[in-house]
Design a protein around this ligand. Sequence first.
Ligand SMILES: CSC[C@H]1O[C@H](OP(=O)(O)O)[C@H](O)[C@@H]1O
Length: 342
Amino acid sequence: MQPLRFTGRTLDVLDQTLLPEQEVWETCDTYELVAEAIEKMKVRGAPAIGATAAYGIAIGAQQGLELSKGEFLSYLEGVCERLAKTRPTAVNLFWAIKRMRGLIQTNADLDVADLTKLIIAEANLIAEEDVRLNKQMGQHGLPYIPENARILTHCNTGSLATVDYGTALGVIRAAHDAGRNVTVYADETRPYLQGARLTAFELHRDNIPVTVVTDSMAGYLMQQGMVDLVIVGADRITANGDAANKIGTYSLAVLAKHHGIPFYVAAPMSTVDYELETGASIEIEQRSADEVVFIGGKRMAPEGVSALHPAFDVTPHELITAIITDRGAVESPDEERMAKLK
Ligand SMILES: CSC[C@H]1O[C@H](OP(=O)(O)O)[C@H](O)[C@@H]1O
């Protein structure tokens, strides 16, 4: 199920805060609404955020069609800046905005209407590329998924986290479609519950066997010999192969190392940030404590008690068996091996 629908005038966003009980589409006819949809995690997932931002710029351009050329270019820069402030960790957001800024600068001599058409076409191209590259990534991941593999995954990395098909879930889909008879344990992934609400939703619809487990069960499952491999997504991978991903991923990597279980990261090249040398430089989004202490609108911790909510953590490359991308896989990733993907 794709999370985005661009109608040519609006971006319709499947509100993921309401899944799996309700499938509600929100029509975003301004770039401000697109920015809010990203901030409120109505749309989430690194590649999905990138494509959404690109469409946000396209809708913003359409809002500015009556401006003079000079006003239009500075207005578009304001649109880009607004979207860049939505979430700090997923590099795909900044990758998409940089790509759109480059297009605008290269074609700044065009009139407002023609430049807007180019911007819309580029947003559509980013979306189309994402699906194609995810399917390529799925094939590059196949060699790492044995017959009857029992796979543990974290958060949601499927169609709902991308334009379609998914990254880590894309590898799982490719293995399922190749007849590998895979089964999946989906970490519920507190506090937003992407695993229980979104990954289980996607895999159940695709008839891929899935069992929801609490995040705290991961070590037990590995200790009982119930997991053959772990595969997760990423929001930003640095030049040395360190990978930022949903909070709880680092814990999984440490457990997998202890139990001698392969730990894979699947991400498109738009998630690799060669400008950062190591994961220590990645900004970790700190979200509202209310998202931790409230579940379904019900308070779980006493009023006045504080809560932490780092939305991501960083897994050092030494704990990663291989990084699977649309350009191929890097085993035992390090700076030298990651550079070969460029
Ligand atoms: C395919 S990237 C998905 C990636 O994004 C998720 O974060 P969020 O749900 O907060 O956007 C999580 O880190 C996933 O691995």
